[in-house]
Design a protein around this ligand. Structure first.
Ligand code: DC
Length: 232
């Protein structure tokens, strides 16, 4: 196999889109199906946000957060047949970072250019060899503008809110459907309007609106797109 112009033997698949669009589910599926590493960049922002909460670092203090990041180790463990694990300074925080306080804090932490620069540098290193599905908000625009495939996954906000609600329903202290929708809209507004790397599709991204589609339909559409990028 000869490397492509960017020096990678295997492709980088970028999946961006708003909260609740189904990025993580799709990324996990594609990773399993094609034997790719699944790197969920939101988990990195969440892990740093958790550390900020634990160390009482002010979420609006960019310099303090940048310093905090410099003394932080975040590892994404990805294996095709198991759920991914997220390690913060060696400790498994996979479940904790999904909680509401961390979701909110992650969105706040991610507005800061210096925090983003720290994240992007690490994400580029993680995906440099290719063979990855990388999922987030700025993968196709900033982290890998030369990704072999860019998918922008979206869905109507009420559908995204409902999906998020169903994920948490049944657990203790599960929020109401209205509260989940409000939180999704809140995060959307912040993610789309921040000055640095706002959530927006790359010019060459393929838009996939999943509003009226079943999961199987989304999988099939995305598999066809990825298949076209796998050499051989
Ligand atoms: O994908 P997620 O919901 O786990 O992401 C958590 C927060 O991190 C989200 O509010 C936006 C931010 N984020 C980002 O700004 N850039 C990324 N590449 C990934 C996530």
């Amino acid at each position: 196999m000869t490397p492509s112009a960017n020096g990678r033997l295997r492709p980088v698949i970028a999946i961006d889109g708003p909260a609740g669009a189904g990025k993580s589910t799709l990324a996990a599926h594609l990773a399993r199906r094609f034997g790719l590493l699944n790197l969920e960049t939101g988990a990195m922002y969440r892990a740093l946000a958790l550390k900020a909460l634990e160390t009482s670092t002010e979420l609006g203090d960019e310099a303090a957060l940048a310093r905090l990041a410099e003394s932080t180790q975040i590892a994404l463990e990805s294996s095709p047949n198991e759920s991914n694990r997220v390690l913060l300074d060696g400790k498994d925080v996979t479940t904790r970072i999904r909680e509401k306080d961390v979701s909110e804090a992650a969105s706040q932490v991610s507005v800061h250019p210096r925090v983003r620069a720290w994240m992007v540098e690490r994400q580029r290193a993680m995906g440099a060899q290719g063979g990855v599905v990388m999922e987030g908000r700025d993968i196709g625009t900033k982290v890998f503008p030369d990704a072999e495939l860019k998918i922008f996954l979206d869905a109507h906000d009420e559908i995204r809110g409902q999906r998020r609600y169903l994920q948490s329903a049944g657990s203790t202290n599960a929020p109401t459907a209205e509260a989940v929708l409000a939180a999704v809209r809140d995060r959307d507004t912040r993610d789309r309007n921040r000055a640095t790397s706002p959530l927006e599709p790359a010019a060459d991204a393929i838009h996939l609106d999943t509003t009226g589609l079943t999961l199987e339909q989304v999988y099939t559409l995305a598999e066809d797109l990825v298949q076209a990028k796998i050499p051989g």
